[in-house]
Write a new protein. Structure first.
Length: 378
């Protein structure tokens, strides 16, 4: 009888441990700007991640019932703050993977500590080329390098619109400098030229000196790389000054929020981006409706919301491939991912770079109309 009781007790303990382990959440750390001048865009990424997490958990979670738990930190898009957030998430919260950090300079700061702690890190916004050139095997990027997007834009401007000269205006940070180099290289490659280059501080309010210079040069087009708030002020001031040239901007220029802020100054602007809600697929329609319902104060999702949404599903795909949710298993799973998501088929190359789609849109009566798209290439 004693032996029978011992056996039953042992089985009970094993079942209890098994159930307890199955109930353990899979903790994913997010580092995005939730305060400061780019907080609106950072919150969009987090919103997309929350929606994906809720969908996955509602369907039963992963690995036989383990729920995803997001641990979210405000990195402000700055290197020091993002690094401090990463150290907390890794050492105190014990997350098994990181997603961040919005600005490329912040992601570059966090990348080494992720590698040191052997924790997979994925960027879904940061686009500076050097992020995937350092040989970090724990780093993955689910957004195009900046020059991948710029090549699509330069080719379209030159071949479709007959543009030969552009003036570049962008932020004085890793992202902006990468964009400038991309435009110079790609315009030259396709027979065009960058005739002026100016970099501003994010959060500025007066861009008239830059715009006056551009107006005097009379380029065929102006390429503006900026976040939502900065971009709205730049294009409003350009319209007020009568700067009558073709205008192309980065992804936020195709967002509902940008058009609300820039008002009629947003009309006719082209944008280059890895996702737009007007790309007509069942998946995009379902996501757009779900996002607007879940976050009614935001309405139609922008590229940042889609990036956060796809990012969580990519981690989920990696965990499913690995059949485990520890840090090393997730890293290995990331190398095996090949799945269709909102931004196209996601598969990481040997450097950890994916090759999502790139869209050219034009704002027409408050709607970013898709003018063309293609897969991004190195």
């Amino acid at each position: 009888m004693k032996k029978v009781l011992v056996v039953f007790a042992s089985l009970f303990i094993l079942m209890w441990m098994s159930l307890g382990w199955a109930a353990q959440p899979i903790k994913l750390g997010l580092i995005y700007p939730l305060s400061g001048p780019i907080a609106y865009d950072g919150q969009s990424v987090v919103n997309g991640a929350k929606l994906a997490t809720e969908e996955i958990n509602k369907k039963g979670g992963l690995l036989g019932g383990r729920r995803i738990e997001l641990v979210i930190e405000d990195g402000q898009g700055l290197p020091a703050q993002s690094l401090a957030a990463a150290e907390k998430l890794i050492n105190r919260d014990k997350v098994v993977a990181l997603m961040g950090c919005y600005r490329s300079s912040a992601s570059l700061a966090v990348q080494p500590i992720a590698g040191k702690n052997k924790i997979p890190m994925m960027s879904v916004v940061s686009s500076a080329p050097k992020l995937t050139e350092g040989g970090f095997k724990y780093y993955f990027r689910n957004t195009p390098k900046e020059y991948m997007l710029v090549e699509v834009a330069a080719r379209y401007l030159i071949t479709k619109l007959g543009i030969k000269t552009i003036s570049f205006l962008g932020p004085n940070d890793e992202w902006g400098r990468a964009g400038l180099e991309g435009w110079k290289d790609m315009m030259k490659k396709h027979g065009g030229q960058v005739v002026s280059e100016d970099l501003f501080m994010t959060g500025s309010t007066n861009y008239q000196a830059y715009l006056t210079k551009i107006k005097s040069l009379k380029p065929d087009a102006m390429a503006v790389q900026s976040e939502t708030l900065d971009g709205s002020m730049i294009f409003k001031q350009a319209k007020e000054m009568g700067l009558d040239v073709k205008k192309i901007g980065s992804g936020p220029m195709a967002s509902q929020k940008f058009m609300e802020l820039a008002k009629d100054a947003s009309e006719g602007i082209y944008a280059i981006l890895p996702w737009v809600h007007t790309y007509d697929t069942p998946e995009n329609k379902a996501f757009t409706e779900s996002y607007a319902k879940r976050f009614p104060d935001r309405g139609i999702p922008d590229k940042y919301g889609a990036a956060g949404y796809d990012g969580i599903y990519v981690f989920a795909d990696a965990i499913a491939k690995a059949k485990k949710a520890d840090r090393e298993s997730i890293r290995k799973g990331m190398t095996m991912v090949e799945s269709k998501r909102l931004q196209g088929t996601i598969k990481f190359d040997a450097k950890g770079q994916s090759h999502p789609l790139a869209f050219i849109t034009q704002n027409k009566a408050g709607v970013p109309v898709v003018m063309g798209y293609m897969e991004t290439v190195e």
